[in-house]
Ligand binder design. Sequence first.
Ligand code: G3P
Length: 214
Amino acid sequence: MKLFLDTANIGEIREAWGWGVIDGVTTNPSLVSKEGRKFEDVLREVCSIVDGPVSAEVVSTDHEGMVKEGRALARINRRIVVKVPMTAEGLRATKTLSSETIRTNVTLVFSANQALLAAKAGATFVSPFIGRLDDVGNEGMQIIEDIVASYSHYSYRTEVLVASVRHPVHLVQAAKLGAHIATLPFPVLKSMIRHPLTDIGLERFLKDWERVPK
Ligand code: G3P
């Protein structure tokens, strides 16, 4: 399973990229607004660090506006994938952009039906938001299972990108279901690394090593 970092923070991206475990980055308007910088400047810097897909979201809601914004975003860097909301206009924009070989990520997906439509429209990635489904009392991971199972019968090229990941258990579940990608916040990536038994074990090894004659 590929791992994308869900952030627009350059410090986090630089550090995680250095660990050699990140395959791309996803951003959204809320994440970009936290940085207090121009969107284009952030994107250029992210693309200079990350050798992989970088999702950048349009904010227009009509087909024409989304396509115009999407083309401009794609011109910034070849790594940019245009993130488009899961609406009827968003599907039209996905179809148009993909016919121009501009990669797309259909976002704000909350059902397997929406994911089927995104694949039909030619999306490169589809982003089901599992954490937000959990928040309203649904089992978010169930739609990942449904989408992966539905896609498996057909030859869609769309990759399932598990989004709105909140904790490390989500990652294990997504990988067991065979999702292509999961995008995760930096704190979740850090908590995937840590295990108390690793820390205790390392401390013991280093202590014992002090007693080895030098
Ligand atoms: O980037 C989309 C998604 O990952 C947002 O997650 O935590 O705001 O639901 P969250």
